[in-house]
Design a protein around this ligand. Sequence first.
Ligand code: PRP
Ligand code: URA
Length: 209
Amino acid sequence: MGQVIELKHPLVKHHMASLRDKHTPPHIFRDLVRRLTLLLTYEATAKLPLQPIEVETPLTTAKCKVLGARIGLVPILRAGLGMSGAVQELIPQAEVWHLGFYRDESTLKPVEYYQKFSEHPPELALVLDPMLATGGSACEGVEMVKRWGVEHVSMLCVIAAPEGIEKLSKTHPDVDIFACAIDERLNENAYIVPGLGDAGDRIFNTLQR
Ligand code: PRP
Ligand code: URA
């Protein structure tokens, strides 16, 4: 059974306050998403499999451990791109495979417009999207990653709504969900409340003026 993990760390709470603030400009917003994703990745990778190796130190041989599986990062365009660089900082050897969805604002269903997967899937994948709202995009993204052949999938988001968590957990009960914050609810337009607004627009400075 997948777990739902909301980060409780004081640094997460601290950076979330600035992230939510409507006065935070895009360049700071991007930096905050990066910082929060580093903290999220630390938590979400706690059980990654390791394999033993021996390393020559200047003094002797040390028994060490290194990551033992091929790891794929699957950012959901656009907003997931705000997270992928931070995960790569901690897992430089991770492969990055992109999925493009936008949410049709009348039906609220995800519309796929891009997919780039290889013939040989990684053993485990981290699906990245800052916002888990209705859960439509995440469910579709995870479904595509599983159909590709990935056995272990985790979902990493900055803010999750209870509605999105419920949908993703019911559709994919084996998937762990990591979130910096679980918010109260969705509003009538399926935006997360209190939320942070539109993550993609705030990352890419494309808010309608
Ligand atoms: C946002 C967000 C998720 C989706 C979440 O993307 O980044 O992908 O909405 O909503 P859901 O859980 O109800 O599916 P959006 O459609 O705004 O596209 P963008 O990332 O290109 O801005
Ligand atoms: N997508 C966003 O970017 N924000 C929300 O609150 C919901 C969906």
